[in-house]
Design a protein around this ligand. Structure first.
Ligand SMILES: *[C@@H]1O[C@H](CO)[C@@H](O)[C@H](O)[C@H]1NC(C)=O
Ligand SMILES: *[C@@H]1O[C@H](CO)[C@@H](O)[C@H](O)[C@H]1NC(C)=O
Ligand SMILES: *[C@@H]1O[C@H](CO)[C@@H](O)[C@H](O)[C@H]1NC(C)=O
Ligand SMILES: *[C@@H]1O[C@H](CO)[C@@H](O)[C@H](O)[C@H]1NC(C)=O
Length: 559
């Protein structure tokens, strides 16, 4: 889970698709590369020269770089949102993450993206992290629409031995690694990023090319490992960052470097297997210090009308991926899904003007924390973790630029990703321009952010920010524009009326102890699908309320 930066949730991501001529009717392969907890400033396409990420950046410069991509602020809600197309308040997943020994998970009645894509003919694979519950067998990935899973159930594990330790409990250490439902030790000792990359390559190689592939490559990186050994990266990767003084950050850079290599290798596998010409690759971080993103492919026309990658300032949220990818793939969705997300494919693929959106970022009445944007006006009320992380964290040290950054453009052009994309490599000017557009700056302003008029203390009173002029959220305007604040508060209130109670069961269940399960983290309830199908929640008024809310600010897209 990520505990950083609960106030600002903005991430960027990039997506790209590319179809060959002729076979445009074949459903595209969909590859979602989900990074865990990566910060906005931890990739070089956002402007930093400290940790260079040439593969990820090459994806960004060749694809659509999503400059305003929002995700929920914690692992479990973020992953639930991606797979359901709904806000966490509409699935009960809004509060916190699933702690290893807690008996809850993403409710069974939710139909998930892999299930819907499988019904449309896709082979579905999850490689890596789940974190949507495993206390009951019927909550695990292969019971939720994935044909196969190779990876782990919890929020994190050791990068090498794949164990999870709960230091604050008297449990034995447990292995958390499986192939489908079977505990598996075949990747033991291999660095997690490499193990998952190897598996993803195998999935691609063995994939029956007459069918489309839906794969979520859900990395452990760059999350920490167990609390007693959190920072783990291969020595040879860490060694590339002698210019970073802080040893912890240096190891973190090694984690990222390994991940960047993985992106190149995964793209290479798609190309070598003749699949890249009909693939949509989406890369983002589940949450983070605002994060990263990337991706994609040019080289051929559809659906980008022959144009090169571009930077999109369309506000897009993790709720949107299910309907957006379904539309891109021609997957028809059941009409009763009650999604919160919108299909933004027409807008993204035609590089349309950004449309204003109203988006809910957090509504957690257990923490007493809510955050909402009406286009570029942001409302924040309350906080999580008593506000301990609400600062501007992680400012980079001066003088720690990677010496290779003088040849940055060349490095990007020489990346594996650029090689396999085979498209016209971006020039230095083009790179400079896109990088500049993707770099967040805090505008210099005359006003004093310490002035009590502007001070934001969200635990005492709600704050209001004008992100268009103050993206760094330094000036709280609540005192100056109380009516505006009330309007946003009212919209949050309407959403609150639609919320389901939190599904979290915040208690340790000692039946989780790996000592009781042959040394594994494993379900302690054998319920199987069908045997306890929970009733659908009553269809209350939330559906129309929610649509009303969106309709207020949203204009229909025309392709
Ligand atoms: C993609 O390339 C492969 C191998 O070259 C080819 O068989 C396939 O028809 C191409 N697909 C599309 C959609 O162009
Ligand atoms: C762990 O065991 C010790 C010794 O029996 C006990 O004092 C402690 O309360 C236990 N801790 C938990 C979290 O159960
Ligand atoms: C902020 O949250 C508190 C506690 O939930 C609530 O009482 C208050 O009305 C909220 N303020 C605004 C302006 O929405
Ligand atoms: C297993 O889960 C089902 C559904 O939540 C519940 O009804 C049942 O009591 C559980 N069984 C055990 C042994 O916990």
């Amino acid at each position: 889970m990520n505990l950083l930066l609960p106030v600002l949730l903005s991430l960027s991501a990039a997506i790209s698709g590319c179809h060959g001529e002729g076979e445009a009717s074949a459903k595209p392969n969909i590859i979602i590369i989900l990074i865990d907890d990566m910060g906005f400033n931890d990739v070089s396409f956002h402007g930093s020269n400290q940790i260079l990420t040439p593969n990820i950046d090459a994806l960004a410069y060749n694809g659509i770089l999503l400059n305003r991509h929002y995700v929920p602020n914690l692992c479990t809600p973020s992953r639930a949102t991606l797979l359901t197309g709904k806000y966490p308040i509409h699935t009960g997943m809004q509060h916190f993450v699933i702690v290893t020994d807690e008996p809850w998970g993403l409710p069974r009645q939710e139909r998930l993206m892999p299930e819907l894509f499988r019904d449309a003919g896709y082979a579905t694979h999850l490689v890596g992290k789940w974190h949507l519950g495993f206390w009951r067998k019927d909550l695990t990935p292969t019971m939720r629409g994935f044909d196969h899973h190779f990876g782990y159930y919890n929020g994190y594990m050791d990068y090498y031995d794949q164990t999870v330790r709960m230091l604050d409990r008297n449990y034995s250490t447990g292995l958390d690694f499986r192939r489908d439902l079977e505990p598996c030790r075949e990747a033991e000792g291999t660095y997690a990023t490499e193990a998952f990359t190897t598996e993803a390559r195998k999935v691609i190689e063995r994939h029956d090319k007459s069918r489309p592939l839906f794969m979520v490559l859900s990395h452990l990186a760059v999350h920490t490992g167990n609390e007693d050994n959190p920072m783990q990266a291969p020595e040879e990767e860490v060694a590339k960052f002698a210019h970073i003084r802080d040893p912890k950050r240096r190891t973190y850079a090694g984690m990222i470097s390994s991940l960047d290599k993985s992106v190149g290798q995964t793209m290479r596998a798609l190309a070598d297997n003749g699949m890249l010409n009909n693939s949509i690759v989406l890369l983002y971080s589940d949450n983070g210090a605002p994060t990263v993103g990337i991706h994609s492919n040019a080289g051929s026309n559809y659906p980008f009308r022959g144009q090169r990658g571009y930077v999109s300032n369309q506000a897009i949220h993790a709720i949107d991926w299910l309907p957006t990818l379904a539309a891109a793939a021609g997957v028809s969705l059941p009409s009763d899904l009650r999604l919160d997300g919108l299909n933004l494919w027409p807008s993204l693929s035609a590089s349309a003007q950004p449309q204003p959106r109203n988006l809910l970022h957090v509504l957690d009445d257990v923490f007493g924390y809510s955050s909402y944007t009406q286009d570029t006006l942001k409302y924040v009320n309350g906080s999580s973790f008593e506000g301990r992380y609400d600062h501007w964290l992680g400012e980079l040290e001066d003088g720690e630029e990677d010496p290779n950054s003088k040849d940055y453009g060349q490095l990007v052009r020489a990346s594996e990703v650029q090689a396999v994309l085979g498209s016209v490599a971006p020039t230095d000017d083009r790179i400079r321009q896109m990088r500049d557009e993707a770099t967040q700056r805090c505008p210099i302003q005359e006003r004093d952010p310490e002035d009590p008029v502007y001070l934001c203390e969200p635990l005492k009173a709600a704050c209001l920010f004008d992100l268009a002029n103050d993206p760094c959220e330094r000036y709280n305007l609540a005192n100056l524009y109380p009516l505006q604040l009330q309007l946003l508060a009212q919209e949050v209130e309407e959403l609150r009326l639609t919320a389901l109670p939190s599904a979290r069961v915040p208690r340790a269940d000692v039946r989780a102890d790996p000592a009781l399960h042959d040394g594994h983290w494993e379900w302690w309830n054998n319920t199987l699908p069908g045997s306890s199908a929970a009733a659908l929640p009553p269809s209350g008024p939330w559906l129309w309320l929610c649509l009303f809310n969106i309709a207020l600010s949203f204009i229909v897209f025309i392709s």
